[in-house]
Design a protein around this ligand. Structure first.
Ligand code: ADP
Ligand code: MG
Length: 384
């Protein structure tokens, strides 16, 4: 077992791409840390540098009490699990599991013992004499995991290990991984672009963007107190609503809303802010509601069964520059053309599916001023 410390770690590829830029990060012994961010932000590069598969251009890396910045992969006491786990197709599961130990000349008796132990932990006992071609996707993934486990390394490095599985299997493997970590407590760094995996697996989550760390925090804190617009837009689905706000004394005004703000939260002299409201932080206003309310006409009502999303244009311009970029990157698969031609902001409310709201109706949403997020429009930094 060992902790990991990265100090100013950077990667510049041939041709000048700066894929990872000055990363400082400490992972505690036994901790499960998730690296999350959009495609191309440098997650794999960072993990591969820790594994020793990519040269570290700048900075230093420690695993346990050793500086391994320039150590060969086999001298780092790590095991890596990839998205594309290549099992040896001609070998039985048993031999696939034992292969790494054989290479290391582990005695036969110990090898068999460890293979049996791991097979038991992962529920592979009945599959030991099958070949990979006779296994389901989930079983193959479990063998790949087992192959990393038999070596009992100090650190597991996992790069999107569940991405090739179908959605249902991914959910059950995710739960298995969490249980496994509870049991083994081996230091783990897990890379994913999937925020649900990040939020459910990580004891702490590192959000990366363009090779730079945006925030390191436990999942709950990431969701409740995003450090900047990018994290705010990346974590949470549906995405946080972002509106332009103007400061009026100790209130923020936006789209007909007038929200009181605790004194000191907004630096004096500030005139404009970006207001963030999570879709789940609104409720349907009741008659004579004393809370600040936001009113609009429901353009789209999506009933998902357990919950529903009401989307309505509100009187605030679509957010610009930094925010738009962050939002677009965070939800590349979101259908941004849904309400094209309307340059007002689209506000999404997450409601009870049985709320009786219909498309075309006028909807008043009550906002809890204690739950709003505020950001500096220039830097994107959260105002707290
Ligand atoms: N071998 C390479 N040579 C040059 N550029 C690379 C190489 N591998 C990755 N990159 C670039 O580095 C950046 C980060 O890539 P990567 O670490 O794979 O991101 P992620 O895993 O977050 O999707 C991207 O811009 C990618 O194009
Ligand atoms: Mg990758």
């Amino acid at each position: 077992m060992a902790g990991i410390a990265l100090d100013g770690v950077a990667k510049v590829y041939d041709g000048g791409v700066r894929a990872v830029d000055g990363v400082d990060l400490t992972v505690e012994d036994g901790e499960f840390v998730v690296l999350v961010g959009p495609s191309g932000c440098g997650k794999s590069t960072l993990l591969r540098m820790i594994a020793g598969l990519e040269h570290i251009t700048e900075g230093s890396l420690r695993i346990g009490d050793r500086d391994v910045t320039n150590a060969a992969p086999r001298d780092r006491d790590i095991a890596m699990v990839f998205q594309n786990y290549a099992l040896y197709p001609q070998m039985k599961v048993r031999d696939n599991l034992a292969f790494g130990l054989k290479l290391r000349k582990t005695p036969k008796a110990e090898r068999e013992q460890r293979v049996n132990d791991v097979a038991q932990i992962l529920g592979l006992e009945d599959l030991l004499d099958r070949k990979p071609g006779q296994l389901s996707g989930g079983q193959r993934q479990r063998v790949a995991m087992g192959r990393a486990m038999v070596r009992e390394p100090a650190v597991y490095l996992m790069d999107e290990p569940l991405s090739n599985l179908d959605a249902k299997l991914r959910v059950s493997m995710r739960a298995e991984l969490a249980r496994l970590h509870e049991r083994l407590r081996t230091t783990t760094i897990y890379v994913t672009h999937d925020q649900i995996e990040a939020m459910t697996l990580g004891e702490r989550v590192v959000v990366l963007r363009d090779g730079l760390i945006q925030q390191v925090a436990p999942p709950k804190e990431l969701y409740d107190r995003p450090a900047n617009l990018f994290v705010a837009a990346f974590i949470g689905s549906p995405q946080m609503n972002l509106l332009e706000g103007t400061v009026d004394g100790d209130h923020v005004v936006s789209a007909g809303l007038r929200l009181p703000v605790r004194s000191g939260r907004i630096p004096s002299g500030t005139q404009r802010v970006i207001l963030g409201i999570r879709p789940s932080d609104v409720t349907i206003a009741v008659a004579g509601d004393a809370r600040p309310t936001l009113t609009g006409t429901v353009a789209v009502f999506e009933d998902l069964g357990a919950e529903a999303h009401a989307i309505m244009p509100v009187d605030s311009p679509r957010i610009t520059a930094e925010a738009a970029l962050a939002a677009a990157e965070a939800e590349a698969d979101h259908d941004g053309t849904l309400l094209a031609g309307d340059d007002r902001a689209q506000f999404t409310a997450r409601l009870d599916a049985h709320s009786g709201v219909t498309q075309g109706e006028t909807l008043s949403l009550a906002i809890d001023p204690d739950r709003i997020h505020l950001f500096d429009p220039a830097s994107g930094a959260a105002l707290v």
